[in-house]
Ligand binder design. Sequence first.
Ligand SMILES: [Zn+2]
Length: 54
Amino acid sequence: MFQWFKNFFKPKRCAICGKQAVDARKYFNDHNEPVVVCRHCTEYAERRAFRKRS
Ligand SMILES: [Zn+2]
């Protein structure tokens, strides 16, 4: 029942590659939603106009 809730908050998955985001960076995607992006995908994220969360 609370699985979706856990999935939403706990495992930080990279918004781009979908893998567990090691050393995650926080971004807003193009829908203005907070997402995390792993180290390897930050370059791609910036190309997709994701904005860094400060
Ligand atoms: Zn990634």
